[in-house]
Design a binder for this molecule. Structure first.
Ligand code: DC
Length: 219
């Protein structure tokens, strides 16, 4: 069986960092599903379509090619890895991710991706919807304040200076948007293992996950 390790959780819980390192350590592909939602958001923006206009977005989807290569993201062959990491796309991705048409399209793409080689898949609905049969499901959390702190650091490294309070407000808004949506909302799968990353180092979290995978503690 091709292994799938499903990692879900809210924005800033440490999913990306952990999933990337885990993939490297275990020799699996890294599947960043948030990047796919971001690429759709960018395409919607560039086509000047309202994120509310599901019919138009549904027609746009089959015209798109979204490819992932490690951490790089390509939209119609163009490297958009940086363009999709802006506060504007943060919110737009969250908005388009509410749409059934977008979720159906990307769910299929994600399953195709994982059908070739094992993956560490990171997102909001990996354990609940996309890979419900995976025996390795983790749900990462951290307090909104800690997540805002991490996001601020990340933005600073990209040369952007955004107020902590602004980031915290956006994180809470996104949490609400992602958790309240009707289709595939952000929630912990019943059989996922909860890991609170607040105050833990990356290595501590990584070791904990690997220990749990190896010990076959699948509940
Ligand atoms: O993980 P991220 O911040 O890059 O995700 C961007 C947005 O995409 C996020 O607001 C929620 C959405 N998303 C989703 O709905 N389902 C996923 N599997 C991954 C991301």
């Amino acid at each position: 069986m091709i292994p799938v390790i499903a990692i879900d959780g809210p924005a800033g819980a440490g999913k990306s960092t952990i999933a990337k390192l885990l993939a490297k350590r275990l020799g699996l592909q890294y599947l960043d599903t948030g990047a796919m939602y971001r690429a759709v958001a960018l395409a919607v923006k560039e086509a000047s379509i309202s994120p509310e206009d599901e019919a138009k977005i549904e027609r746009l989807l089959p015209t798109l090619t979204i490819d992932l290569d490690g951490e790089r993201v390509f939209l119609n062959g163009r490297d958009v890895s940086h363009l999709i990491r802006t506060p504007e796309i943060d919110l737009l991705a969250s908005a388009v991710s509410r749409l059934g048409a977008v979720r159906r399209y990307l769910t299929q793409l994600q399953r195709e991706f994982a059908s070739k080689k094992g993956v560490v898949a990171e997102g909001r609905d990996m354990g609940t919807v996309v890979f419900p049969d995976s025996p390795y499901k983790f749900f990462l959390t951290a307090t909104p304040e800690e997540r805002a702190k991490r996001r601020k650091k990340q933005l600073e490294m990209q040369g952007e200076n955004v107020l902590y309070e602004t980031i915290l407000k956006q994180i809470k808004k996104r949490d609400k948007q992602d958790s309240d949506r009707a289709i595939a909302p952000l929630r912990q799968a019943e059989d996922a293992q909860l890991i609170d990353t607040t105050g833990k180092t990356i290595d501590e979290i990584l070791d904990e996950i690997i220990r749990r995978i190896k010990s076959g503690q699948e509940k």
